[in-house]
Design a protein around this ligand. Structure first.
Ligand SMILES: [Zn+2]
Length: 214
């Protein structure tokens, strides 16, 4: 559902540009609101959420989909953890819907889906693993890479229940905004994928803005 935000970028307490192929790893405190901005349009932001005080608790696509009775994420979605707790709630969304079924790109899946010589291409899973290896204080590793949300990515379900990766429905300046209901460790891979239309074959930056509780 399309809902615009009343928050002003000038009032944000933090604003980061995340280049395509880079990662974002920061804590968003309970009560803060985070916006992911699709700066140039048609960009996928592959995102993992953890309880910042206990990263063993993390985002669960299954629980989120079941409890809301819908496979797409948009305004009103309560993003649930694997312990059934509300982690964040989407409070504004000018894109309209976001995928959480398609998973993230990896060198292995690029090889299977596209060609053997795609093995060396940079993928979201690499960015996540790089983030965790550059932050050993978190004590996290590849076993902590689980379900993700693909913000701005268009993965429509066919009548037969099939999944397809389609050209994006996002556009320059569209955003999704969520309020943290607990302290959240946010790990975003700004997807470098060049083999399917999730980034319109042209990966571009996203921005992450954070506001304190209003
Ligand atoms: Zn990717």
């Amino acid at each position: 559902m399309i809902v615009e935000s009343s928050l002003l970028p000038d009032n944000a307490v933090r604003r980061d540009v995340v280049p395509a192929g880079d990662y974002y790893l920061k804590v968003v405190k309970k009560g803060q609101t985070m916006r992911i901005l699709d700066s140039e349009g048609n960009q996928a932001a592959d995102t993992l959420f953890y309880n910042a005080n206990d990263p063993a608790e993390r985002y669960s696509a299954i629980d989120t989909i079941r409890e809301q009775g819908n496979v797409y994420l948009s305004t009103g979605t309560k993003i649930l953890s694997d312990q059934g707790n509300v982690m964040l709630e989407i409070v504004a969304d000018t894109c309209g819907r976001h995928d959480t079924l398609g998973g993230a790109c990896a060198t292995e899946s690029n090889t299977v889906r596209y060609a053997i010589e795609k093995k060396c291409m940079h993928a979201c899973r690499d960015s996540w693993l790089l983030a965790l290896s550059e932050h050993p204080e978190l004590g996290m590793d590849k076993r902590d890479i689980t379900h993700n949300v693909n913000f701005f990515m268009n993965v429509p379900i066919t009548e037969e229940g099939g999944l397809t990766f389609e050209d994006g429905i996002s556009a320059p300046g569209k955003y999704v905004e969520m309020r943290a209901e607990m302290d959240i460790l946010v790990l975003i891979s700004n997807c470098p994928q060049l083999n399917n239309p999730c980034n319109a074959y042209n990966p571009t930056p996203v921005e992450v803005l954070v506001w304190d509780a209003q």
